[in-house]
Design a protein around this ligand. Sequence first.
Ligand SMILES: C[S@@+](CC[C@H](N)C(=O)[O-])C[C@H]1O[C@@H](n2cnc3c(N)ncnc32)[C@H](O)[C@@H]1O
Length: 414
Amino acid sequence: MGFVEASSARHVAEKKRLIQSYEKSEENWSVTHPRYRMLQALHGFVRYQERYQAQVQEWREAYESLPEAQRKVLESATTYHKKFDRLMKLWEINGKMSEEIVKHALSFYHIPQHELDGYINEAESIEQWDNQAAVSDAINHLARDWSTDGLHERVPTFAPILETIKEHFPDRSTRKEGPVRILQPGIGVGRLPHDMARLGYVEVTSNEWSQYMNVVYRYMETLTVPNSVSWHPYIDWWSHQPTPEEHEHKVIIPDIAVNASSVLHVEGDFMTVFENQTAHYDVVVTLFFIDTGKNTLEYLDNINRLLKPGGFWINMGPLLYGTSPQLQMSLEEVVNVSERMGFEFLETDEKWGEITIPGKTVRGQELGYLFNKRAMRRNMYMAQFSVAKKTGRDYPEFPKTENEPFNFAPGSKF
Ligand SMILES: C[S@@+](CC[C@H](N)C(=O)[O-])C[C@H]1O[C@@H](n2cnc3c(N)ncnc32)[C@H](O)[C@@H]1O
């Protein structure tokens, strides 16, 4: 189907670069070192099961502290009192998946078990806890990206992007310049890059900074057999559950066989890791991403630099600015400054939503993000879709960024 071949020279070179970036020395060791951030993330995955089981235990105790008369009424009408044992067992299943994620990560990143054990002992001795929300977030993204449960989010979100690539590159198989080069930064656990690769005759590069997401993505890469793993993502939240069955619902992954070789995944900060690739890509896709930086201008500048002249920037997502941003532009401001920075926004099909700002071509559409569609809560955005062409780059050079990315962990519960 026109995949660009696996374990190509660029896959081999990237793995070498990655493993080198994990080497530590006295001079380079700090909390921002990729190896340190990886140990920190793995700490969270190691403690995932017991943290949530401790919570179940607390709720069991809260239940048992109810007056006996109340418990009797409840027990005569429901199986609420049996939920605690059931959930403890389901957390064992979830814990097993988390254990597999850790096991694979240790081997993939060449980290010995004793080093992780040492890190955890030391961190816990000074009461330095892992980022539990980031662990749940990364694991819950698997349902969005790699299960049929996530179809209600993926289909409307991905369709405009995939259709746009097909529309602008209809003759991919006979292109003189070779495969269409696509870059997607901030992939989370990475389904869209794989769906883009399945278009055929494209060379997809994906990128992610968060080690929580990266370890889950690397685990996904090993799942070459469809429907081979299941877990219970919704048991981490008791609110908005219509029935106990729904709360305990099993999700199965992957819904398609994962072909790791069809995508090159490059870990690290999007702002720095592609420094050597000026005017390299035909397309840069940003999906729920441009609002994640401290300074959106730096992202726009980097997208412009990475694109070939005439290349396309396809964006889909809202503007949910993260922790302590330096800039929080409105959509109109983002569009105006992008135009100033050499992007021409193109007309897009009206099936991709209503025009949000009169006189501009950006279209808004209600899209879901990380929720169980059968639960009593919806997490929706008026996500904005735009396609812009790089026409030039006529502004003074920006100084190098000193911003560190931050962990994306809003949780599924906002
Ligand atoms: C809102 S999530 C969207 C994930 C995915 N695109 C999706 O739609 O499911 C944004 C992602 O961007 C990542 N990210 C943030 N800053 C980044 C950076 N500077 N370089 C690479 N990835 C980054 C975050 O870790 C997070 O996984």
